[in-house]
Design a protein around this ligand. Structure first.
Ligand SMILES: [Mg+2]
Length: 302
């Protein structure tokens, strides 16, 4: 069967018209992710806003510029794998999976209702385009390492991407996976850390410090790149910079982000980890998201 592959072409170089066009598209898709997160949360009565907003630009860049997949053939063996290890941000990923064609967007209207394929956390057995059922934190990177090693053994050239939360670094078996990936030089394993400063309980550095992240991963034999995770050009450059050699060091992109980015009342406020906007608040937030990313309050001195 002929497979239509998304993102088969290289990412256009910075400074070209094609690149500017791509960044514009990604901005629109990040907005779609945020808007739909707010809409779907109201259907469910609760949702993970801030963990999703911090990852919106990353989701857009991964699905519309980098990951190779085929919506008409979700199980295509040569597809790149993507594991959303911070599974609670799935609410912002489902709308993009619908938008690229894995399923009809109308399915989203029953989000979390009885019989819907969508839970608060993603289920690989039900949702086309989901490669792993995540939500129990700290396991995704080990699964990703297994997938990447499977590619090596089976002679396939796909890459495996795994997005982790920063709070997640203190959970599960993350560091066993980091250590093993360095040992086995799994170059086609790419971890992306959504470094949004907070976990559900507060600032990571007060609860279980993760810095210096670069030094930690480099000590475990990883190649590390640290970027602004809301700067679409920086994300695209980081993807372009990845070493495609299967025997290279495993690769980490630390994406410095702001939890709740795009909705000022939520930015860096742990109390919006889970919430439900209704009435005027709902309309205000939708309008704010439509306006695109504004400077952070901290940057304008408020
Ligand atoms: Mg976090």
């Amino acid at each position: 069967m002929a497979t239509a592959v998304c993102n088969a072409a290289p990412i256009p170089a910075r400074g070209t018209a094609e690149r500017a066009q791509l960044v514009d598209l990604l901005r629109v898709k990040a907005k779609l992710s945020r808007r739909e997160t707010v809409r779907l949360t109201r259907i469910a009565g609760a949702g993970h806003y801030t963990s999703t907003f911090s990852a919106a630009e990353l989701f857009a860049a991964i699905y519309y510029a980098r990951l190779r997949y085929s919506p008409s053939d979700p199980d295509w063996l040569d597809r790149d794998r993507f594991i959303l290890s911070k599974g609670h941000a799935a609410i912002g990923l489902y709308p993009l999976l619908a938008d690229v064609g894995f399923f009809d967007p109308i399915e989203l209207d029953d989000y979390t209702r009885l019989g819907s394929m969508f839970g608060d956390h993603p289920d690989m057995r039900k949702i086309p385009g989901i490669d792993f059922s995540s939500g129990s934190l700290g396991h995704g990177l080990s699964i990703g390492l297994g997938m990447a090693l499977a590619a090596r053994i089976s002679g396939r050239a796909y890459r495996t991407y795994c997005m982790l939360g920063d709070g997640e670094l203190g959970e599960g078996q993350v560091w066993e996976a980091v250590m093993a990936a360095g040992q086995f030089r799994v170059g086609r394993l790419i971890a992306i850390i959504d470094r949004n400063q907070l976990s559900i309980d507060g600032p990571t550095e007060e609860l279980m410090g993760v810095e210096p992240i670069e030094d930690k991963f480099e000590a475990f034999r990883w190649r590390v790149n640290r970027i602004d995770g809301h700067d679409l050009d920086a994300i695209l450059d980081a993807f372009t910079d990845l070493d495609d050699n299967a025997d290279a060091l495993p690769q980490l992109i630390v994406a410095d982000t702001v939890k709740g980015r795009g909705v000022r009342r939520m930015e860096l406020d742990k109390n919006w980890h889970v919430g439900n906007l209704v009435g005027e608040d709902y309309d205000d937030v939708m309008a704010e998201i439509d306006g695109g990313l504004q400077p952070l309050l901290a940057e304008v001195g408020k």
